[in-house]
Design a protein around this ligand. Sequence first.
Ligand code: 4DH
Length: 162
Amino acid sequence: MSSTGLPEPWTVRFSKSKSRQYFFNPQTKESQWDEPEGTDHAALKQYLVDHPLRVRCLHLLIKHKDSKRPASHRCDPITISKEEALEELSVYQHKIEQGEKFEDLAKSRSDCSSFKRGGDLGSFASGEMQPPFEKAAFALKVGEVSKPVETASGVHIIKRVA
Ligand SMILES: Cn1nc(-c2ccccc2)cc1C(=O)N[C@H](Cc1nc2ccccc2[nH]1)C(=O)O
């Protein structure tokens, strides 16, 4: 039995087309919706808590002059330095710690086009976001807020919501 709770060599994957998880045997190339016979259901459940196939996050992005796309619905062009962006982000970090709603802060300040949805990026799997963002997002527990995260887009605060 592997740490997944699945009998070897079964793995668990996510079907984007069906928006549900499925099970795949890399030896036989079989795939199926149901858990394979002999699955330790409790161990599989815990594995998926510790290793989510997908996460859903909100984020607040502050771009700077060296961002890969230094443009925003808020103002063009963006001229602040990365240091100034980090300084401003720390103000929002404090507001979040003081209980201000993440969505409201993202709507008012985020330079990502997801601002209109309170920074909601929807759910995503590994491989869909820039690596530093993915690493930070998948390390969060549901409800947790990250420390500042730097990507080529700028500097972010991330909140995992599912
Ligand atoms: C990844 N993504 N999703 C949306 C989005 C999602 C839902 C609704 C509207 C927009 C926008 C983006 C996006 O790349 N936006 C970029 C900025 C950006 N760069 C990111 C890097 C990682 C995660 C989110 C990021 N957002 C932009 O507007 O210049």
